[in-house]
Design a protein around this ligand. Structure first.
Ligand code: HEM
Ligand SMILES: *[C@@H]1O[C@H](CO)[C@@H](O)[C@H](O)[C@H]1NC(C)=O
Ligand SMILES: *[C@@H]1O[C@H](CO)[C@@H](O)[C@H](O)[C@H]1NC(C)=O
Ligand SMILES: *[C@@H]1O[C@H](CO)[C@@H](O)[C@H](O)[C@H]1NC(C)=O
Ligand SMILES: CC(=O)N[C@H]1CO[C@H](CO)[C@@H](O)[C@@H]1O
Length: 599
């Protein structure tokens, strides 16, 4: 029974229903006519049927355009400037953007629209409005001042449902409020226990790096950071670490790996693999728009992998629920407040024992916490490896503030201004979530960038995409050096000049009621690992020869504008930003460095 209802079958079913209505309509018209002796030939029946769908489609589009123009006028507004493609339905634009998405630099194609149409425009592909903006004023409306009018929306939620359920990431309105208020207290204070977790996994990560580097191989730090954040996240969420770091790191593309992991290491690899596949399937759905179910006619592509993920999470949850049940029976510590070494599950079972709610929440937070942090760490190392003077300065701050061997504390991290500026600058140029989307609820207007012009009309139930990636690189917002990596812009007079008066130009964690809950946690985790790495290593360089040749930046990029021309990795966007083919580096151990200085 379950097999019959794949997402694709449901979509086809709906199309079939509409088509059947037409067949019914024409058949009855023909019958009716024949009663009056008018015999209409069969071929006409089929031609009419064949033309009916495009005709209805055309009428709907034209009526839609007219009513949009009227609605705009009635609100004293104008339509958002529209991308004018060469083909009907902007199909050429769509294909080009799709191609760029697969092989280009993030934002390729879109920057052309910005330079011709301005910072807010409508791509209107396949006759669907999609308002896109890189304008802080407009992004502020979406995220903060008119928050209630911009939701994730039913299409988005349906796309993600098989994985995220109705957890915090994938809900609106009352459901979202429920999840948010349940989870927020857990993130309210910095827990010392988190630092214990970071410390243990940082040490394992660095041990593995040293092993590989001493063997003469480069290390893919992106892969390592995904393991580090998965191990840390599973431990602070569940109190149970998957331990993917010790499963072993990948080798450069031209080295044959020794042997596949077995036992516990294999379970870890399987979980990590399944979790990655689930996310891959979700982002692949998003790129296909409403048509995605057609690609899953023969089964839900997340199902197989979700089984592996669930098999891992469920026993842990059951144990937590059981522990909770026993505790409440013994009445020893009813409704005890949060203790410092609580896991997220410990915290949640005090509020609900509904397994669906728990499962959704935990998976949502795992998704939110893991790749985001790993991606930021990856680009942080990229900038350290390509900017040795910045590495030297950051290392100086670390050695002065924390020392060569001490474990960094919460206060250390809070006081390290250059480190914070460095992380901010990484998030500015490579914000983890470069493009994001919401759906408008009611029709509304946005002020025009030029106050003398009429405001923009924003239709109801329309996708609104905003790009912090492109906004973070705007020269008119950040100054002429906007494309350069320079942490000092968060510390010197440029801060007062650009960011302080206009805080919405920097939104790596979003803003407003749905601002990232894990921001402080993320800064702590990223800072901790960077400090540990720079205590152990004194220099690093990229090792592009270690990655597969087809994942290196294409030669053709060299003649492009802006950062694209100088980038030494291929940044790609699959929901989140990552370095295509990994980030391979070689590092010098700090001790060797001291020896070398003494020689
Ligand atoms: C550098 C790391 C991170 C970045 C750049 C980041 C960024 C973001 C962004 C942009 C959103 C908004 C998504 C949306 O509403 O469409 C978000 C939401 C969220 N983040 Fe983060 N995040 C990071 C790390 C974390 C961590 C470590 C955690 C948890 C431990 C976390 C938990 C959450 C949660 C729960 C939400 C959903 C909030 C809501 O919808 O109410 N994030 N994050
Ligand atoms: C949208 O409009 C309806 C009807 O006017 C109203 O009830 C609702 O509160 C509006 N929603 C938002 C989010 O503004
Ligand atoms: C809005 O975007 C989603 C993907 O994020 C897509 O599935 C959906 O078709 C779009 N809706 C409209 C009305 O264009
Ligand atoms: C970094 O950015 C955050 C906003 O995300 C801001 O609160 C903080 O002051 C910035 N810190 C530095 C040193 O730039
Ligand atoms: C794995 C490893 O060698 N880690 C070391 C990194 O540096 C800190 C501080 O010197 C040491 O405590 C770790 O043992």
């Amino acid at each position: 029974m379950q097999r019959l209802t794949t997402p694709g079958v449901l979509l086809l079913g709906r199309c079939f229903l509409v088509f059947s209505c037409f067949i019914l309509l024409f058949t009855s018209v023909f019958r009716f006519a024949s009663k009056f002796g008018i015999i209409i030939p069969k071929w006409l029946f089929f031609i009419l049927l064949g033309c009916s769908i495009p005709f209805i489609f055309f009428i709907r589009i034209k009526l839609g355009e007219i009513s949009a123009r009227r609605a705009a006028a009635s609100m004293g507004a104008r339509l958002v400037p529209c991308v004018q493609g060469k083909r009907v339905g902007n199909i050429d634009v769509m294909l080009k953007l799709f191609e760029y998405f697969k092989t280009g630099y993030p934002g390729d194609g879109v920057d052309d629209f910005i330079s011709t149409l301005g910072n807010t425009f409508n791509t209107r592909m396949l006759f669907e409005d999609d308002i896109m903006t890189v304008e802080p004023k407009h992004i502020k409306i979406i995220l903060a001042t008119d928050f209630d009018n911009y939701i994730k929306g039913d299409t988005f939620k349906a796309t993600m449902f098989s994985v995220l359920g109705s957890g915090i990431f994938n809900s609106d309105g009352g459901m979202w409020k429920f999840h948010r208020s349940m989870t927020r207290p857990f993130f309210n204070h910095d827990r010392i226990s988190h630092f214990n977790i970071f410390d243990r996994h940082a040490d394992e990560a660095i041990t593995q790096m040293k092993l590989r580097l001493r063997g003469g191989f480069a290390v893919d730090v992106q892969d390592l950071f995904f393991r580090f954040t998965l191990d840390s996240a599973t431990e602070f969420l569940f109190g149970y670490c998957v331990d993917t770091i010790s499963a072993g790191l990948p080798y450069p593309h031209d080295v044959i790996p020794p042997e596949a992991p077995t036992g516990k290491a294999k379970t870890a690899e399987d979980f990590a693999y399944a979790f990655a596949q689930v996310q891959y399937a979700l982002s692949s759905r998003l790129t296909k728009g409403q048509m995605w179910p057609l690609f899953e006619l023969f089964g839900d592509k997340t199902e197989k992998h979700m089984k592996v993920v669930n098999a891992f999470i469920q026993p842990i949850m059951e144990e937590a629920i059981e522990k909770r049940r026993l505790a409440s029976q013994s009445l020893e510590e009813p409704l005890k407040g949060a203790s410092d070494d609580d896991t997220l599950i410990d915290h949640l079972v005090r509020l609900t024992t509904d397994p669906v709610v728990l499962q959704d929440e935990v998976l949502n937070i795992l998704t939110a916490a893991r790749d985001t942090t790993a991606s930021t760490l990856t680009f942080a190392i990229y900038f350290l490896a390509t900017h040795p003077h910045i590495l030297t300065r950051l290392r100086e701050e670390i050695l002065t503030k924390v020392g060569r061997t001490n474990r960094p504390t919460y206060d250390d991290i809070r006081e390290m201004k250059y480190l914070r500026a460095f992380i901010n600058e990484t998030l500015r140029l490579f914000p983890v979530l470069p493009f994001n989307v919401r759906e408008s609820v009611n029709a509304t207007t946005w002020p025009s960038p030029n106050p003398d012009e009429k405001p923009f009309y924003i239709p109801a139930k329309t996708n609104v995409t905003y790009s912090v990636f492109l906004m973070h690189r705007r020269k008119d917002l950040w100054g002429p050096d906007a494309e350069e990596f320079d942490p000092d812009r968060f510390l010197d007079e440029r801060l007062q000049k650009y960011l302080t008066p206009n805080p919405f130009i920097f939104l790596p964690f979003n803003a407003g009621p749905r601002i990232c809950l894990g921001q402080q946690f993320a800064y702590n985790e990223i800072s901790f690992l960077l400090i540990r790495i720079l205590q152990n290593f004194s220099s690093m360089t990229l090792a592009p020869e270690a990655q597969a040749p087809d994942t290196r930046p294409p030669k053709s990029w060299a003649s492009a504008k802006g950062r694209k021309a100088i980038e030494e990795v291929c940044p790609r966007v699959y929901l989140l930003m990552y370095a295509h083919g990994g980030l391979w580096v070689k590092m010098t151990e700090a001790e060797n460095d001291v020896d070398a200085a003494q020689l």
